[in-house]
Design a protein around this ligand. Structure first.
Ligand code: CTP
Length: 426
């Protein structure tokens, strides 16, 4: 039996701090141990007593405890952990971390640790959008920390937008990903070495309810990819990721183990789904190959077809003041076709489904794509209207056996029907 993994959980000050209680419960339930460090402002929202009771460990709040220095020095406290999780990470805490400031126990531990740090930000949308916060996050990522993107939605302060703390099951999935990653085979479904059930967190089912995808690993890509040109500019597209996320949710509800490789989108992770965030097509390809084997793969992402041949290290400056002067051309190279690569892969999923965005001759183009990409089905979106980024979808399902047309439906309904069709097929 391998030693239980240990988490050091640093809780910053914000209304979302109350969610740390649920996170501690999930960490403990997965068989790991957890020790909490509470900042002074965190203690305005949750009490050390609650955290001690839930974690079944002493809670640390101050740098100046002699007892801690003799029995549990702050260096030791941070280094005994397999992963340091900062949740919620406030704008202030992120700024201190990015600047290397160590003026309390939490920031001192973060500067002293040589363990991987996962920061889970939560703050007001304007604080999140502020260039200073974005700069700090970029710095932290460059320093090797993992910063989870926040969820988007209604905030405690009454505003709407990105900045909400992701739900505890999503944070838990991220923790597990860093401590071992998703299971690699449907044969591994059950208890893994962490004593964790990979289907943990999926919606509850009545005992008589059928879970037709139980034991199947479903791999899904979603959202756009973002191809950098220089530190501030990129090539992207309008994909919102909604359709792919809805399919991930529907597959998880049907009992599947789901790996969702997501481009940059502001969407909450569906319950029970293992999410891997990526930015570029090359990162998406690597994450897809890393998630194999899978029984079913559904490539919904709107992968950018091209990337800049080379990424400028510094912001490219405007060269001429004369607006009529020709601009320096931007050299592009083609990205790998992830779907076509998967079709030829030795671990090709048993059922491989591609999506196609078409504006005309939908069935004809989709059928050509089916042959060209070597997949089993093409779900062709008619993107001539406001489908891209919208709430509804109108699709043609093109297979070797024929074509089905589903007129304009909400994206979750397209997802449910697609999962039902997959269940029929396998
Ligand atoms: N796809 C992929 N990797 C790429 C491009 C596309 O995996 N580099 C996948 C998409 O996820 C989708 C399918 O291929 O499942 C079709 O994407 P689409 O953009 O419609 O097709 P393209 O091959 O880019 O063809 P075109 O833009 O010329 O219509």
């Amino acid at each position: 039996m391998t030693k239980a993994k240990h988490i050091l959980l640093i809780i910053g000050g914000g209304i979302a701090a109350y969610k740390s209680s649920e996170l501690i419960r999930l960490i403990k339930k997965s068989g790991m141990t957890v020790r909490c460090v509470l900042t002074a402002s965190g203690a305005q929202f949750v009490t050390p007593m609650t955290l001690a009771a839930l974690s079944e460990n002493e809670v640390h709040t101050t740098l100046w405890s002699l007892k801690d220095e003799t029995e549990m020095g702050h260096i030791q406290l941070s280094r005994e952990a397999d992963l340091v999780v900062v949740c919620p990470a406030t704008a202030n805490l992120l700024a201190k971390m990015a600047g290397g400031i160590a003026d309390d126990l939490a920031t001192t531990l973060l500067l002293a640790t040589d363990t991987q740090v996962l920061a889970v930000p939560a703050m007001n949308v304007r604080m999140w959008d502020h260039p200073a916060t974005q700069r700090n996050i970029e710095q932290l990522r460059a320093d090797g920390l993992v910063v989870m993107p926040p969820d988007e939605g209604d905030m405690a302060c009454g505003e709407f937008g990105p900045g909400r703390l992701p739900e505890p099951p999503a944070v838990m999935a991220e923790i597990l990903r860093h401590l071992g990653g998703p299971n690699k085979s449907s044969a591994l479904i059950g208890e893994n070495e962490l004593g964790r059930n990979p289907l943990e967190g999926q919606p509850a089912f009545a005992p008589d309810q059928h879970r037709p995808l139980h034991g199947k690993h479903v791999l899904i890509t979603a959202g756009p990819t973002r191809e950098p040109i220089d530190p501030v500019r990129y090539i992207a597209n309008r994909s919102s990721g909604r359709q792919g996320f809805a399919i991930a949710a529907a597959a998880a509800e049907a009992g599947a183990q789901v790996t969702l490789v997501a481009g940059p989108v502001h969407l909450p992770t569906p319950a029970g789904v293992m999410r891997v965030d990526v930015e570029t097509a090359l990162e998406m390809e690597a994450a897809v190959l890393d998630a194999l084997p899978s029984d079913i793969a559904i490539m919904v992402a709107a992968v950018a077809d091209w990337r800049a041949d080379s990424r400028a290290e510094q912001k490219i400056k405007k060269q001429k003041s004369d607006a009529l002067a020709p601009l320096a051309p931007l050299a592009l190279v083609e990205n790998p076709d992830i779907l076509a690569g998967l079709a030829k892969h030795e671990q090709r999923p048993g059922l491989l489904i591609g999506f196609a965005a078409e504006t005309e001759k939908i069935e004809e183009h989709a059928r050509a794509k089916l042959a060209k990409k070597g997949c089993d089905w093409i779900v062709a979106n008619d993107v001539s209207g406001d489908v891209m980024g919208g709430a509804e979808n109108s699709v043609h399902i093109v297979t070797a056996g024929g074509t089905e047309i589903w007129e304009r439906l909400p994206k979750p309904e397209v997802a449910r029907r697609l999962v039902a069709k997959i269940i029929e097929e396998i």
